[in-house]
Design a protein around this ligand. Sequence first.
Ligand code: ADP
Ligand code: NI
Length: 227
Amino acid sequence: EMKLMNQISRDQLTSIRQFAFDDASKDHSGHGVDHLKRVEQLIHTISQKEENDESISVAAGLLHDVIDDKLTNDPVAKLTQVNQFLVRLNISNPVIDEINLTINNMSFSKTLTDQQVELSLAGKVVQDADRLDAIGALGIGRAFYYSGKVGEAMYDPQKKPRMHMTKEQYRHEPGTTINHFYEKLLLIVDQLNTITARKIGQHRQQVMLKFIAEFKDEWEEIIPDDG
Ligand code: ADP
Ligand code: NI
């Protein structure tokens, strides 16, 4: 069976990109236009090795953070706006449904709920791309950037990482940046869907492990009695 490809045209993607870049343009929490550009590039890299309709992944990748409840206080209204926009662009209903399935269910916090929804292949590729941008050197940068924005400490040796958190704890209880590595970022490599993403992820995992070891060494050199 031949899989339908390029169900979203170049011109439609250009409009979606503009919509998403506008929405992300004022972000200073690590979810800005630069994040979307990296996600799109990673989708392209991963799609080379998969029989994936890259156009659907790119559309969902560009739109995934518009409805994130960390980034908007009205995710339901945002989702409605996204769908009205897609209808106006004449995207077909099954494709709109696949974009919705992806952006509503791809987040890490969704994987902490009991009822997880199986993503389509296009969705799995987007999820991999978004997760890869949360790890490695860029992931380190984004984690500190985000923590500063929400007022979390970088590190507190007295605070232990919280494993097996609920979605609500993960979203709303302050932690520390270093604990965020144990609570989420170091777990990502084992949750990647595609072989290509896993290869990229393994290198990024080593970068994070090395960084954390150095960070703790330097911290203890300066404050030897803490912790
Ligand atoms: P998802 O959308 O898959 O649930 P997030 O939106 O939580 O993922 O993560 C997006 C980015 O924000 C990642 O780079 C992540 O490290 C960062 N981030 C989210 N929550 C925290 C936190 N509590 N501390 C530090 N960084 C965070
Ligand atoms: Ni994202």
